[in-house]
Design a protein. Sequence first.
Length: 217
Amino acid sequence: MDALVVVEPLKRLRCGECRRGPLERMVLEFNSPRCLDCADLGHLVFLPRGNAALTRRSREASALWAVVVRHNKRRTRYERQGLLVEEAALVRAEASCLADAEVRARRRARDAARRAAEDVRFTGVLTAEILRLFPSCPLDRALEIAAHTSLRGSGRVGRTAAGRALDEGAVTAAVRASVRHLDTPYDALLMRGTPRHEARARVAAAIEAVLDAWRRG
């Protein structure tokens, strides 16, 4: 069955039956405008477009409904503005969508808690691996390196596949990066305009000295 169509007129029109106007919305009958009351649609309420789930559920729950359109002069076509539906149907649809939103919120909370627990577990495992490879590394420093490099969404070594697999090269790269930034003048060299590759070369020996000291148990 074709949907009933209600028009939002661009001109100030009056109802051809009751003469009421100007009309916000109307139905065309025999090329004459009719207000919604005269068209037996006055009991319906307007639901603007924009929420697909709410629109679908309101339409399905409403015994009578109509599509609301407005003419777009620039595009020379009628464009949907929303629906007219029974108020009780809209109320039921809103309650259903609200329940869905609550379910999604609870699911997001559970997922966030699960991810947080996974992150805590992995940070602990990564800390243990750092201390295995570098037994003389201070515990607080190992914890700091593990937390920094495994931060979710950071794109750092700890979030890569190799890092998650505790690949020795990836773990060592994370420790080396920490030493480079915190135990050498590398950052200061960059701030003074030293090219990155030159700055890395100048601090390479200092980094290896710290790593060698941390490797000795």
